[in-house]
Ligand binder design. Structure first.
Ligand code: ADP
Length: 384
């Protein structure tokens, strides 16, 4: 329940001027809005963070400080809360992306509180810019470590060698049997036909063995420690976007998030999928470093009755290097001097282990578009 502030509580602080002065010393931003989302108060910290002067924003809708799709959806969130009392952000806080006056977007952590003063309900947002936040960087590192663990980079080489070895045996046997069979056919006597029959049976057995090796590889990938759970797609996307922007890599990039159905829920390991998106977004930002037009779109589309949702990361960069394009998702394929060329192969492993698909194509923005599909949570999933 919102608490009413008794003016007497504030009295020892010497009234509102002192309070203002005090708030203005806060490095973080404080923004107060009313139930119509009109900005009532905009601290000095907010002016520094967003690049607007107080006089430009007072009375304006706070959604002007948000990029799409929050900008369009903000009003809906507030009315939903006022009508139902259901808290999605208030008192919880979230990592998301904010929009500055110059159109630039940056990652922020927002804590939102509700209070009543002079009979009016208001919301106070405390906003921390995460661009240079060590904490976020640590979070990002933790994610990356998790990823290294999940994808078992260290075992990948060993795995590849042993798979190659194991597959080689049945494949060599198949070749030998096939050669023998064709030699036997040259003299189709009864005895030879019997041997031919045996050779073909052995061929089929060896092919089944090769299939089992591949199946074991699939099991190995999908039985990692990943835990699939219900997760809201919009949250995964907004956190991944914010994380990918840490260190200011998104400077000057016009970022747009357009989710077809923002309430879509997916059945995934959220950390792994977030990592896939962080990888794709960072690749896109890196690709656009020298581009004059820097646009990044993150979109999703799902239609009713579909089992999958498609998420795309679209950039206006130079497009894929021709040599890289053919083996894009193979490990150690890179055009970057310091690149490891592992990012996309790991993304591929993760998405495949989720039963999805990942592919790249030229984008409408003139650069590259990476698409991936993820399993949508169906109603029976949430009953479980
Ligand atoms: P790394 O980033 O270490 O090179 P990745 O596997 O993530 O490894 O990417 C492999 C290569 O794919 C990159 O070196 C780059 O050439 C290309 N690439 C990936 N994403 C993009 C993109 N959005 N635009 C252009 N090229 C890209």
């Amino acid at each position: 329940m919102a608490r009413s502030i008794d003016p007497e509580v504030l009295a020892p602080l010497g009234g509102s001027d002192t309070l203002h002065a005090l708030i203005d010393t806060m490095p973080d931003a404080l923004i107060v809005i009313d139930t119509q989302s009109s900005i009532l108060f905009f601290s000095r910290g907010a002016e520094r963070m967003f690049g607007y002067g107080e006089e430009e924003v007072i009375g304006e809708n706070v959604s002007m400080l948000m990029p799409s799709p929050d900008r369009e959806r903000h009003g809906g969130y507030v009315s939903h809360y006022l009508a139902t009392g259901e808290r999605r952000v208030i008192g919880v806080g979230r990592v998301t992306t904010a929009r500055a006056r110059d159109g630039g977007t940056f990652p922020v952590d927002i804590a939102l509180g509700e209070f009543v003063a002079e009979g009016k309900t208001m919301f106070a947002g405390f906003i921390r810019d995460l661009t240079d936040s060590r904490e976020t960087e640590q979070q990002l590192h933790a994610l990356q470590e998790e990823l290294a663990h999940v994808s078992r980079i260290s075992t990948m080489g060993t795995l590849a060698t042993s798979i190659a070895h194991e597959l080689n045996q049945p494949l060599t046997a198949i070749t030998n049997y096939a050669n023998a069979a064709s030699a036997l056919l040259e003299d189709p006597s009864e005895g030879n036909l019997e041997s031919l029959h045996m050779a073909l049976e052995e061929t089929s057995k060896e092919a089944i063995r090769a299939g089992q090796v591949v199946q074991r590889l699939r099991d190995f990938i999908s039985t990692g420690e990943s835990v699939h759970e219900l997760a809201r797609l919009s949250r995964i996307v907004s956190e991944a976007t914010a994380l990918a922007l840490v260190n200011g890599d998104g400077k000057g990039v016009d970022i747009e998030v357009k989710l077809g159905h923002p309430d879509d829920e997916v059945l995934v390991d959220p950390i792994q999928i977030q990592q896939v998106l962080v990888n794709l977004i960072r690749n896109a930002l890196e690709a656009m470093q020298a581009s004059t037009v820097k646009r990044l779109q993150i979109t999703s589309s799902s239609s009713h009755g579909q089992r999958n949702v498609r998420v795309s990361v679209v950039d206006s960069g130079p497009g894929l290097d021709q040599h890289v394009a053919e083996r894009l998702f193979h490990p150690f394929v890179t055009t970057k001097e310091t690149g490891m060329g592992l990012g996309l192969s790991i993304c591929h492993t993760i998405v495949t282990a989720h039963g999805g698909r990942i592919w790249a194509e030229p984008s409408d923005l003139g650069g590259t578009q990476f698409n991936l599909t993820l399993p949508l949570a169906l109603e029976e999933d949430s009953d479980a």
